[in-house]
Write a protein that binds this ligand. Structure first.
Ligand code: HEC
Ligand code: HEC
Ligand code: HEC
Length: 351
């Protein structure tokens, strides 16, 4: 335990020196007002959505994370990372691009104060296995204990901008451990998560995810006490925040600009849709009176009225006079590209 606390202190100091995440106090009420849009994907209470339709994988779903109760510094850093392109996600990037620095501070303040979710039911045996990895790591395999950075109760470290892990959807936690492990997510300072996650097996990941979930207090099978009794909390490691200068601007400057949507043959229509049409035909569509991606009833009558696929392509190219649907949706796509997008829309609608 002492050793873990020491590690936490040292690593905290190192991260502050390079990332210097600073949270200017945001306005909770302004954040709450702004969060109405976020609820379409993150849930009205910010508890996440375990089965959001994945626009890139027809017929599949993806877990949209819970935000409620998360540390403000971490939330703000993620929004900045999505905005700069340091972290990538086809659903989230477009959302972050529209956020000002003030929006980010306000949204982070709001979600940090919102009540977190309870965990679902968990396999107690699996959670017990995960507990030893979480608390002790695996020296032989070079796996650092999760506790060293995320804390004994997985509350994270707000001053350092490190996330809490409780109150999160298990599928999302699993997906992020896999993403860090494969390098698909790489916005962690000093590769600290990539290094840990790349050493985890699938079995480790399901066990440690189960343990994290069990900390929310709900465990399916006995013996409950043996696996969920929280350890006596370790004293918070003193974080050396005030004394460390914050070269945040430099870190921001170095971040790459968001990449243009790839236009390969296989994903062309989907990626072009995401870049040019998603803002109106995505989850916000009902509010804009636009037909929504993946909703068959929204597209079937239009497809029929247009006389089929080619007719719908022509309609998208011409736009719908008197509505928000400008010619080509206001994009500079070629006719062939609009065709590829319409093929994607039709396929997503199951038509
Ligand atoms: C169209 C769906 C969608 C909308 C709308 C949306 N998000 Fe997200 N958001 C996502 C997805 C999906 C992820 C997870 C990406 C991944 O898997 O890496 C995410 C991730 C995040 C994260 C990182 C969470 C973590 O634990 O690392 C933050 C913070 C976030 N979103 C904030 C917001 C805010 C604030 C809004 C509203 C302004 C918003 N999102 C609107 C889909 C959305
Ligand atoms: C050396 C410090 C360190 C260790 C050890 C560590 N983490 Fe992390 N972890 C981080 C940091 C920092 C982040 C946030 C990176 C960023 O800024 O995006 C993170 C992010 C995560 C996330 C993503 C959270 C989200 O909301 O998207 C998960 C899940 C996670 N860690 C789980 C684990 C598990 C499980 C272990 C142990 C097997 C572990 N971590 C060990 C520092 C650490
Ligand atoms: C600024 C918002 C906006 C954007 C961006 C946008 N659309 Fe639309 N779109 C709409 C609205 C609103 C409608 C419904 C118009 C109506 O009332 O019939 C619509 C309708 C459509 C229709 C149905 C037309 C018909 O004949 O019924 C197609 C096809 C379409 N959009 C394709 C696209 C494509 C492809 C893109 C991206 C290249 C795109 N839209 C971008 C708002 C938008």
């Amino acid at each position: 335990m002492k050793k873990a606390v020491l590690t936490q202190t040292l690593v905290a100091a190192a991260v502050l020196a390079i990332s210097g995440t600073v949270m200017a106090g945001g306005d909770v009420d302004a954040g709450k007002a702004k969060a109405a849009v976020c609820g379409a994907c993150h849930g009205a209470t910010g508890h996440g959505n375990p089965a959001f339709p994945d626009p890139m994988n027809p017929g599949k779903t993806k877990a949209v994370p819970a935000l409620a109760g998360q540390n403000a510094g971490y939330l703000a850093k993620q929004m900045e990372d999505f905005k700069s392109g340091a972290r990538k996600d086809l659903l989230m990037t477009g959302q972050a691009l529209g956020l000002s620095d003030a929006d980010i501070a306000n949204l982070a303040a709001y979600y940090a104060t919102a009540a977190g979710a309870d965990g679902g039911s968990v396999d107690a045996g699996l959670a017990a296995k995960g507990k030893s990895l979480y608390q002790g790591g695996d020296m032989a395999r070079g796996v650092t204990a999760c506790m060293a950075c995320h804390g004994p109760d997985a509350a994270g470290n707000d001053s350092a901008g490190w996330p809490g892990l409780t109150g999160q959807l298990a599928d999302y936690t699993t997906a992020q451990l896999n993403a860090f492990g494969s390098g698909a997510r790489y916005n962690d300072p000093n590769r600290m998560m990539q290094d840990v996650a790349s050493r985890l097996t699938d079995g480790d990941i399901s066990a440690v995810t189960a343990y994290i979930q069990s900390m929310d207090g709900v465990v399916a099978s006995a013996p409950v006490a043996a696996t969920t009794a929280p350890e006596a909390p370790a004293p918070e490691a003193p974080v050396v925040a005030e004394t460390v200068a914050a070269p945040a601007a430099a870190a921001k400057e170095a971040a790459p600009a968001p990449a243009a949507a790839p236009a390969s043959a296989a994903t062309g229509g989907a990626a072009l849709f995401q870049a040019g049409c998603f803002a109106c035909h995505g989850p916000m569509a009902p509010a804009l009176n636009a037909p929504q991606i993946g909703v068959k009833d929204n597209w079937a009558p239009r497809l029929e009225k247009a006389g089929g696929r080619d007719g719908l392509v022509a309609s998208a190219i011409a736009g719908v006079a008197g509505t928000a649907m400008a010619p080509k949706g206001g994009t500079a796509l070629s006719d062939a590209e609009i065709g590829a997008v319409i093929d994607h829309i039709i396929a997503q609608a199951g038509l």
